[in-house]
Write a protein of this length. Structure first.
Length: 295
């Protein structure tokens, strides 16, 4: 895939957020001060053992911008220093040192470095074609405060070995650790925990008209406790997570069946096609019909 590099005059008018970004077009802007290190699977085929397409470390400075419409696999970003903005699930997230973000395959995400500071982060992109269970799925958080430091250290260790001896055993060791850390971050709950049981039940009953009260009752906790727990461990409210699970399932059905969009909407719990389309665009970055046309 070829990414277009373009200049967008008048775009960055705020230290906090870009005023407008064309989220319908693949975009790469680096800027003169940005520094990049990365390893692709073509450079190091061992990455394919873990379905990793590429990984790296970015030292990004304004006007750094990335827009990716449909990344091929799960994406992880561990912020090391400074701060940046990551667009996930329909909104811009402020990401600071120690934060770990993740996104499932084939959904829009974008990255932006605001002016005035250097944003350093480590990242991993997987290659997960339709039909392969992705690492980041309906059980995964969007942004957490655990795991970023460890993942950044592992990728830094790989970089030092890559730039030095490139010992095959050491390289394999570092890549194994990177994959182990991403896997752990994408699966935040122990099997059999109350949250795992709750969200597993929701995933099997998506047509149910879930409300915060019914979710809390199913999880055997108060609504406020469930809300705090979800915000801490998922970066979403309980109802936002219900929507996330529904859209994840809708993506799978669009990819694997020829069912009409209206039928899929009802299967995943949306009785209004308009509401379903709005939720799908917010999470994925395009309409269900546009998504189907690409698969």
């Amino acid at each position: 895939m070829v990414f277009e590099v373009q200049s967008l005059p008048g775009l960055f008018l705020s230290r906090a957020m870009p005023r407008t970004v064309n989220l319908k077009k693949e975009t790469t802007i680096n800027g003169a001060r940005t520094r990049r290190w990365r390893v692709l699977v073509n450079d190091y085929p061992e990455l394919a053992t873990f379905h990793i397409a590429r990984l790296g470390i970015e030292s990004a400075c304004f006007p750094y911008l990335r827009v990716r419409l449909q990344p091929a696999g799960s994406f992880f970003l561990a912020c090391i220093k400074g701060e940046g903005r990551v667009r996930l699930e329909g909104r811009w997230q402020r990401v600071t040192a120690g934060s770990l973000c993740m996104a499932p395959p084939r959904v829009l995400n974008a990255l932006y470095a605001p002016p005035g500071q250097r944003w350093i982060y480590a990242w991993v992109l997987y290659d997960e074609p339709p039909g392969l269970k992705p690492l980041v799925d309906a059980a995964s958080p969007m942004r957490v405060r655990q795991g970023a430091v460890e993942l950044a250290h592992a990728i830094t260790g790989l970089r030092q070995e890559w730039d030095g001896e490139r010992d095959p055993a050491q390289m394999h060791h570092w890549v194994s650790i990177v994959h182990g850390l991403t896997f752990r971050s994408a699966r935040p709950w122990r099997s059999g925990s109350r949250l795992a049981t709750l969200w597993g039940g929701v995933a099997n009953e998506l047509a149910t008209d879930w409300k915060l009260a019914s979710l809390a009752e199913r999880g055997h906790m108060s609504a406020e406790h469930l809300r705090r727990l979800c915000l801490r461990e998922l970066g979403r409210t309980p109802m936002e997570h219900v929507s996330y699970i529904r859209i994840q399932k809708a993506q799978q059905l669009i990819e694997s069946t020829e069912d009409k969009v209206e039928v899929i909407a009802a299967q995943v719990g949306y009785h209004s096609g308009t509401v379903f389309t709005r939720a799908f665009v917010r999470c994925v970055g395009m309409t269900p019909s546009e998504y189907r046309a690409r698969h």
